[in-house]
Write a protein that binds this ligand. Sequence first.
Ligand code: C5P
Ligand code: C5P
Ligand code: C5P
Length: 430
Amino acid sequence: MARQAAAVIEDHDHVRVISHNDADGLTSASIICQALLRKGIRFHATIVPRLDSSVADMVMASAEERDLVLFCDMGSGQSGILSAIKNPMVILDHHVPVGDSPAKVVVNPHLVGIDGAMHISASGTTYLVAKALDPANVDLAGMAIAGAVGDKQLMDTVNGTILKEAVDAGVVTVRKGLKVGDGNIADVLEYTPEPYLDITGDRQRIDEFLSILGLRGETSRLSEEQLKKLTSAVALKLAKRSTSEAIDASIGDVYYLNKELVKNVYDLVSIFNTCGRMEKAGIAISIGMRDKTHLEEAMKMSVGYQREIVGNIKAASDMLRMGQSIGYLITKDMESTGMVASTMVRYINPDMPFVAVNQVDDIVKVSARGTRALVSKGLDLAFALREAAKAVGGEGGGHNIASGASIPPGTEEQFISKVDEIVGQQLGKK
Ligand code: C5P
Ligand code: C5P
Ligand code: C5P
């Protein structure tokens, strides 16, 4: 599949690239743009929050007849929308394919029986195509790993193979420790949303915690013994109330991307997520293509955005409401409700899935997150949100463990009780 895609790409001298505004989409775009540049193929990249008919209209208005249109991290589930595009298309994606694709080539792990939700991201898929274009593109493997980390994937099977290749080529180095960005330890613990600890955001308690451990300074300067002390103390805090997923997400392998401008993978993921949310995707791609111009600005923006998320998580804990089978909140204009919901279920209220209902302008957006333990008991948030949204005139979907919806304003309470009812049935079944 990757070879076929590479052959179609090489047949064109201009490519219209469309990708997603999260870390996986932005790393994918960085990889393919770098690979095209190296081949001398001109490109025009646009980053969008979702693939809807306005994207197809934009492509039709801006692409020349001879252009190849290339989608990353989207397109597999929207064959109907894509059929409005008359140019030849290539799709590099990891979402579940739906319907017959109008694209010339679709590269998607699901088509060869690999679960794209867990084992390879869009960035990994795009990296395989970049390598088919030129084996020397192995230096882009760090971006592939970053996209998978951004999508909270497992580093086994295909991701594991890419990681091994990256390590063998000296592109990535693995170090054990706390899965956070680099910087002054106290600062990092203060503004980083994950791991979410009882001291997160509270400088006085962080200083006390570090002084008891006798730790200070830069995270990257900690000795192995100091790192062990820090991770053990964090593990102890997490053991009190969090899920095993929270511990996995907080402590373990940290990837250092030796060829990239931003070395620590958690820093890169945060910068890219922030740029995507702040409509500064161009900055993310320039950093992904190793141009330093906007690096400092992006790092500052990322720290500010993470602080905002920490504030939102605190606010969400205060607003937490309980149904029979779900935790939830109903609010307005909250940033990053996906991250808030994922923190609520992993760290604060782990026995029930969490549903964040957030009105932005005249649409109500919903993000729901569960845990692997709840999924193994029968939880399917994609089904629950799709059905509940349908019942109130909205639409929703996603994955069993993480899903979203859009519903009309005024239907929030009715929607929540429907989700609560469906989740109750799911968890009562097994
Ligand atoms: O990946 P998920 O949708 O759960 O994350 C929700 C959002 O949280 C991301 O799209 C991103 O905007 C933000 N985020 C972040 N920094 C992180 C992780 C997530 O800004 N370290
Ligand atoms: O927006 P959020 O990050 O919470 O979305 C989680 C998952 O739900 C994503 O996979 C997204 O594609 C999916 N989703 C959906 N329909 C919506 C909103 C989100 O399928 N209306
Ligand atoms: O749009 P997409 O399908 O990639 O979104 C998937 C969402 O599910 C991301 O926000 C990702 O962070 C979230 N997720 C999660 N827990 C998992 C796997 C994915 O919160 N175990």
